[in-house]
Write a protein that binds this ligand. Structure first.
Ligand code: BF8
Ligand code: SF4
Length: 621
């Protein structure tokens, strides 16, 4: 495959050419080396859950139809799906737990490095949870909020607080299906229990547990991550900044912060402003310190501070290949184990910071949340010391960069609308906006980088569908200029007029992947305002380049919340026609929504538009 076929992004294409010229292996080379992928794995028909196996089911020929224990294709594929959901939910929710713990530490030691930037939001949460606030300090109130949060991770056996934000009919549906999450950790543990050898065998019963676990993510762990990150680091407001590898500087110390948790990235942004560090950078010959983001932790600081974003998932190796990165600081999730090897070809230091994610070949500097600022400065110092090692002769920073407007939290959207959802509802009712689509998720080297994200978003806005985005999808749109108000020119007449009146782009960046919880909140608020269920709304979602188990958890809570969800490729379930039918057809009668699979982004848009029009008709719009 030619390099320009691997990505639509000119910056990525240039760095792929450089990688090729210098003999540096990237994710695309490793994908090629893996061909052909294992057919049993692709279909979800292999099981390694016990030592009588590993077993595989022959889907076509006369080979075995049962594992050694007697498990059939339905059992094996559904157990596998449930484990993927559990892993994805665990990743989001354990990230959420770290935010809760940082939040609690801020409540306990008021004068630490983390403060409550958005006390108003903290008080709103307290009121939502019926926590008394009169005559109490903000710390006391925060402690009570953190008690509730930590309690929800354990085994409460009660409804999770945030599930109460869903429309009452949806809550009742979950209760009647027996899928109310009972505790965030508990559901993940129960998934592992029920999928081990000799426990749950029924694919429907297993899938219901997958649904319950995904809900504990979307309306639990992820929502806690979003809400308390907003309290600690500030609720995003409209910001402008720059995206793509062209944000790297040829004269400054470049530090790329990659991973997920804002506890690290947010403090790095502030630590880099320290005059002593700036002085030190100048002594080393640099003109300054340039902090850039990558992937979702990049989205966190983009949303709150307009920090430049160097790229999305498939650009992590390419950023190092510019030869201009002094340090890539990583925490958890979506960090390729290949980074230290790529960094070895340059002067770049990969600095791992989480006890949960250690990378052989990287420098490990444990991030101490109790001493956050000092640790952040220490890490930045390592990058500065590394600046003189940069080989300017090997530096090649693509000039490609694009501006963005972001920061569309629920609060920002409401603010832009003048404090109420009514103008948006009116635009939907009048048909100038046909509906809303959430495009989320990753890059995957099996798909030309960003191609599906951009083609799908363009097709939707052209047809007057407002697009909201998170994660690597949003970064793709930033790089393609879709997050600029001028992108309204690419939208249909109705949507363009609304965007121009409000001064916003037709594609709204709502944050990192845990911030898909913001999309749920907007969906619930619209449904509540109209007095209907989420599944009645002209609303859809898509993950057109997904790769992570987290995307499986997100897709499942979207569908379980009543949102029709389109994927470009299926998770490994096709080996079980029963499970495939349940997910793509049967679920409609259970949760009021299904998954659809379509590889072509224009056809994906067609499916979404068809769905939106169907829902409009049913609502009498
Ligand atoms: O949580 S979109 S590649 S960076 S998993 Fe990862 Fe996928 Fe990017 Fe963020 Ni989300
Ligand atoms: Fe094989 Fe059953 Fe063991 Fe899985 S659990 S490896 S199907 S014997």
């Amino acid at each position: 495959m030619k390099n320009h076929e691997k990505s639509i992004d000119p910056a990525s294409q240039k760095m792929l050419d450089k990688a090729y010229a210098e003999g540096i292996q990237t994710v695309w080379d490793r994908l090629e080396a893996q061909q052909p992928h294992c057919g049993f794995g692709e279909l979800g028909l292999c099981c390694r859950h016990c030592n009588m196996g590993p077993c595989r089911i022959d889907p076509f020929g006369n080979g075995p139809k049962l594992g050694v224990c007697g498990a059939n294709a339905d059992t094996i594929a559904s157990r596998q799906l449930v484990r993927m959901i559990a892993a994805g939910a665990a990743a989001h929710s354990d990230h959420g737990r770290d935010i809760v713990l940082a939040f609690r530490a801020a409540a306990e030691h008021g004068e630490g490095d983390y403060k409550f930037k958005d006390e108003k939001k903290l008080l709103a949460l307290a009121s939502e949870f019926n926590i008394p606030t009169e005559g109490r300090t903000i710390q006391e109130i925060a402690l009570d909020v953190s008690d509730i949060a930590l309690d929800e991770y354990g085994m409460r056996g009660q409804k999770l607080q945030f599930t109460k934000r869903a429309p009452k009919v949806r809550q009742d549906l979950w209760t009647s299906l027996g899928v109310d999450p009972r505790g965030i950790d508990r559901e993940v543990v129960e998934c592992m229990h029920r999928t081990t050898m000799g426990v749950d065998t029924d694919y429907v019963n297993l899938t219901l547990q997958g649904i319950r676990t995904s809900l504990s993510d979307g309306w639990g762990g992820s929502m806690w991550a979003t809400e308390l990150s907003d309290v600690l680091f500030g609720t995003p407001e409209v910001v402008k900044g720059w995206s793509n590898l062209g944000v790297l500087s040829d004269k400054e110390v470049n530090i790329v912060v990659h991973g997920h948790e804002p506890t690290l990235s947010d403090i790095i942004v502030f630590a880099a402003r320290d005059p002593e560090l700036l002085k030190k950078a100048k002594e080393k010959g640099a003109e300054g310190i340039n902090i850039c983001g990558m992937c979702c932790t990049g989205n966190e600081i983009l949303m709150r501070h307009g920090v430049p974003i160097a790229g999305n998932f498939l650009q992590q190796e390419l950023a190092i290949i510019t030869g201009a990165v002094e340090a890539m600081i990583v925490d958890v999730q979506c960090i390729m184990p290949s980074l230290p090897t790529v960094a070895n070809c340059f002067h770049t230091k990969v600095i791992s910071t989480s006890p949960k994610a250690v990378f052989p070949g990287a420098t490990h500097v444990p991030f101490d949340e109790k001493n956050a600022m000092e640790t952040a400065k220490q890490i930045i110092s390592i990058a500065i010391d590394n600046y003189p090692n940069r080989n300017q002769g090997r530096v090649n920073i693509p000039s490609d960069r694009m501006g963005y407007m972001a920061g569309f939290s629920v609060e920002t959207i409401l603010g832009a609308l003048g404090g109420t959802l009514d103008p948006l509802l009116d635009a939907i009712k009048s048909g100038s906006i046909r509906g809303i689509a959430g495009i989320v998720g990753c890059n995957n080297p099996k798909v030309r980088q960003d191609h599906n994200h951009i083609a799908l978003a363009k097709e939707l806005i052209k047809n007057n569908v407002l697009v909201v985005e998170t994660g690597c999808a949003a970064i793709a749109s930033a790089k393609a200029g879709l997050l600029l108000p001028e992108a309204a020119d690419m939208a249909g007449e109705g949507l363009a007029a609304v965007c121009r009146a409000l001064g916003v782009p037709p594609v709204l960046h709502m944050g990192s992947c845990v911030d898909n919880s913001r999309v749920l909140v907007v969906a619930a608020a619209i449904a509540n305002a109209l007095g209907v269920d989420i599944s009645d709304l002209p609303l859809a979602a898509a993950a057109p380049e997904w790769m992570s188990e987290k995307a499986v958890a997100i897709g499942t809570y979207a569908v379980s919340s009543g949102i029709y969800t389109v994927l470009n490729s299926p998770p490994p379930v096709l080996g079980s026609s029963n499970l495939t039918n349940l997910l793509t057809a049967g679920a409609e009668g259970v949760v009021g929504a299904v998954f659809a699979v379509e590889a072509d982004p224009v056809k994906q848009a067609g499916l979404i538009i068809e769905h939106i029009e169907k829902k409009r008709t049913a609502l009498g719009l």
